[in-house]
Write a protein that binds this ligand. Structure first.
Ligand SMILES: [Zn+2]
Length: 460
């Protein structure tokens, strides 16, 4: 897959203002995303109820960014316990999946629980899927410590065999079909899936407090899907997606997927189809090879950083003068602030790239084979970060090749992508990135920049 394609998948999350680590956890509200044509045969997918189960929330997130629902209706909550995802903890305020029976209004998760309950109870919703990464491998007989009836990984969870509702009440049958489908698509035979019936109604006090049992008691078909924590992230995500696609098929929901469903392609989209933009696209950062620290990063003088992430698992957390980009359980990069006034007038610059003149939107990434030159702009000054020419403050009108820029100033670890910054007096007017990586072209971003998908995310 070409990295340039990521723009296509851009599912614009409404621009978010910087979240302060020390602010109340309200700023970590979960996303609720509707896809497809809304109807009363809706599938509700929940990921991220426990922050240390990345296969679950990655899979749910990929449905929001890399799937197009062509028939039917899907609702997705990819990051139910977003704070726990950022904290990389099962539940900083206790296990959220034990809060669906009685819960004190004083509980920090109370509002999130009320919200998700209302989506579960919505008349449109017919099937509820809660995704988990569970320990070991569920097996009906005890084999060893990690393969036993006490384990959860690689299983399809139901609370009871059947439920007396209009459609999809044959829980065990559906769950078996999903397992059969998964077992036809195993990466390794050792990963086989089985139905696990928790028989919650017969007195499982723990399971009575869970999301799926709440759904069952509200007349919804509900299933848990578990991938094993013993598997790498891309394989867990793969299994969740294989299961999700089968549930959609069972419900008559159709989709187009924007990558091949195999473990390697899943790893690629997780690691490489990621980027973030700032200040209404004045700056765009590809994040797949980003350095741990970017110094002198332009931030508005008031300290506010408006950002648009490429997926709902991404956010930015401010701590003093640093801005940390988080992606699921990962810390991707720290931006060290250079506080500046901003000038919003300039929309594009003219560049000479390998001998060809181009108009380039501010915020673009431009592929360069050999060299580039920024044409002088009246009243503006150009600063190519890492390029020094003695006695010159404005670096426009100079032909620059890769070896003229100090490698350690690149934004990526490979030393291929560099910042070109535009200033009016001392005001920051925008950034363009030049990419010297011949194997990873990014320019398609430029043409896509004007065709943003409409936001389908409601950040409530
Ligand atoms: Zn779990």
């Amino acid at each position: 897959m070409n990295l340039g394609m990521l723009k296509l998948f851009r599912l614009l999350i409404i621009t978010i203002f910087i979240q302060n680590l020390f602010a109340s956890t309200q700023s970590f509200d979960f996303d609720f995303i509707k896809k497809g044509v809304q109807d009363d045969n809706t599938l509700l997918i929940v990921g991220g109820i426990q922050g240390d189960e990345p296969g679950a929330f990655m899979a749910a997130s990929l449905i929001t960014t890399h799937y197009k629902i062509t028939k039917g209706s899907v609702w997705i909550v990819p990051n139910l316990n977003f704070y726990s995802i950022i904290k990389r903890s099962r539940g900083p305020f206790g296990d959220m999946n034990r809060k669906f029976a009685a819960l004190s209004p004083e509980d920090p998760d109370y509002n999130a629980i009320q919200r998700i309950k209302s989506y579960i109870k919505s008349p449109e919703v017919k099937v509820v899927l809660n995704l988990h990464d569970g320990s070991g491998f569920y097996r009906k007989e005890f084999i060893d410590w990690s393969h036993s009836p006490n384990r959860w990984g690689q299983s399809s969870i139901i609370d009871q065999s059947a439920l007396n509702i209009e459609a999809y009440g044959n829980l065990e049958e559906i769950s078996s079909k999903v397992c059969t489908h998964l077992n036809k698509n195993l990466i390794n035979e050792k990963h086989s899936y089985m139905v696990k019936n928790t028989h919650t109604r017969l007195g499982d006090k723990e399971m009575e407090k869970t999301l799926t049992y709440f759904a069952i008691n509200n007349g919804k078909a509900a299933f848990g899907n578990e991938a094993s924590k013993n598997l790498p992230l891309n394989e867990r995500t793969y299994y969740h997606l294989v299961a999700l696609e089968k549930y959609m098929e069972i419900m008559g929901i159709e989709f187009e997927r924007k990558f091949d469903l195999d473990a390697l392609s899943v790893r690629h989209v997780i690691d490489h189809d990621i980027y973030i933009s700032f200040y209404d696209d004045k700056i765009q950062l590809p994040l797949s090879q980003i350095r741990d620290v970017l110094k002198y990063f332009p931030i508005k003088k008031d300290g506010n950083l408006e950002f648009t992430p490429s997926n709902p698992l991404m956010t930015v957390i401010k701590e003093n003068d640093t801005y940390m980009i988080h992606y699921g359980n990962r810390k991707l990069a720290t931006l060290k602030a250079d506080y500046l006034d901003m000038d919003v007038q300039q929309k594009f610059i003219t560049m000479n790239v390998d001998g060809k003149q181009k108009n380039v939107s501010i915020g673009s990434v431009v592929d360069v084979e050999e060299n580039f030159e920024i044409e002088p702009i009246k009243d503006f000054r150009v600063n190519i970060i890492g390029f020094v020419q003695k006695g010159k403050r404005d670096e426009s009108g100079v032909q620059v090749s890769r070896d003229k820029i100090l490698k350690r100033y690149s934004i990526d670890r490979n030393g291929k992508i560099f910042r070109v910054e535009i200033y009016k007096d001392n005001k920051f007017a925008g950034m363009v990135l030049v990419n010297f990586d011949k194997n990873r072209k990014m320019s398609e971003n430029i043409s896509m920049a004007s065709s943003k998908e409409k936001s389908t995310t409601a950040k409530l």
